[in-house]
Design a protein around this ligand. Structure first.
Ligand code: AHG
Ligand code: MN
Ligand code: MN
Length: 332
């Protein structure tokens, strides 16, 4: 029997009591927005959606047209449903207030509307990442403070991959489920339940061009992997780097591996490359729910106290035994 996302969510609500009706609606709306983004991306060169937008975001990164389009799609889709108190995005400096002509809900939605921007124009997989928090009682959802909660407080997280197929991978804190977009029906259909990351792996993902800037523990770890059979690990490792976090994480969710965007001398002042609130936290929640681990090297990512909406952190996540090894090297 085909189980659509809607049915999965109804079951999580009714039978398991894991989510309420508002959170179910929120996730349905997010999934709909992801479908719209998939359609926009699919137009490619025919739809005039490729290339630069001609603007910079708050992080000083040049925005692609699809960064802006995807952000708009998310804002518009989620504004009016009554399930949200506020939204925050990689592409916006400040939280987006829900216009007061619409009812306000209890949830906060954070997102990276288009992850893997450097891959848009070359027809390689990109994605969307999202995280859901509860708006603390009495907090003003138009201020950063309402959003600055550690990853352990997330009530749901997910990512979409726009690749050969469009996928939605979701957790509501009850394991991880993967849905594939049935393009004919226009619905997400459950294709994998209870995803599990193997504890061991022979595959790693890191941007090797930064090697000379890495800190000693990461350098030691990667050098040991590169030494292969003859080295201290006694086995050969393979390397993959798509440069879209969603695609790299999805590979790890599927067959294991370790993903690293560590601190390096080039980005030391910024604290890392990837953003805590809408990249590292949702991915870490998903990875932990699938039996994997996620650390900055020094601390579990989900425990990091956020100090800003766009705060960056080092990210090391995936197969548990490898992630724990890298964390141990940081203690030495
Ligand atoms: P975004 O496109 O949302 O800015 O994120 C890009 C991130 C992430 O997806 C990827 O893992 C990493 O940047 C790639 O960085 P390098 O180009 O340094 O490899
Ligand atoms: Mn990103
Ligand atoms: Mn992005």
């Amino acid at each position: 029997m085909r189980r659509t996302l809607s049915r999965y969510l109804i079951e999580e609500q009714r039978e398991k009591g894991k989510i309420n009706a508002d959170l179910r609606l929120l996730i349905e709306v997010v999934a709909r927005a992801c479908k719209s983004i998939a359609v926009a991306i699919g137009k490619g060169g025919l739809g005039g959606v490729l290339g630069e937008a001609g603007s910079d975001n708050v992080q000083g990164e040049a925005q692609k047209k699809l960064d802006v389009i995807s952000n708009e799609i998310f804002l518009e889709a989620n504004e009016w449903g009554g399930h949200l108190a506020g939204m925050a995005s990689e592409e916006m400096e400040l939280p987006h207030a829900i216009p007061n002509r619409y009812p306000q809900g209890e949830y906060l939605l954070l997102f990276d509307p288009l992850d893997g921007s450097s891959n848009i124009d070359i027809n390689v997989s990109v994605g969307t990442i999202f995280s859901v928090l509860r708006c603390p009682e009495g907090a003003d959802p138009t201020t950063d403070t309402a959003f600055l909660q550690p990853g352990t407080k997330q009530v749901a997280a997910g990512y979409a991959v726009y690749g050969p197929t469009t996928l939605l991978v979701l957790t509501v804190g009850d394991g991880v489920a993967c849905f594939t977009l049935d393009r004919e029906q226009g619905s997400f259909v459950l294709t994998q339940e209870n995803m599990q990351i193997p504890e061991d792996t022979k595959e790693f993902a890191i941007n090797m061009s930064n090697l000379r800037h890495w800190e000693a523990p990461v350098r030691r770890y990667v050098e040991e992997l590169l030494a292969g059979k003859e080295g201290p690990r006694g086995k050969d490792f393979n390397m993959r780097w798509v440069a879209s976090m969603v695609a790299d994480v999805h590979r790890i969710m599927t067959r294991g591996g370790i993903f690293m965007y560590p601190l390096d001398a080039k980005i030391r002042d910024k604290g890392g490359k990837l953003r805590l609130m809408y990249e590292a936290n949702p991915m870490s929640f998903i990875v932990e729910q699938a039996g994997g681990a996620a650390t900055t090297g020094r601390q579990r990512i989900l425990d990091v106290p956020p100090t800003g909406l766009h705060m960056r952190v080092p990210v090391i996540l995936g197969s548990k035994n490898e992630v724990e090894r890298v964390a141990a090297y940081h203690q030495d």
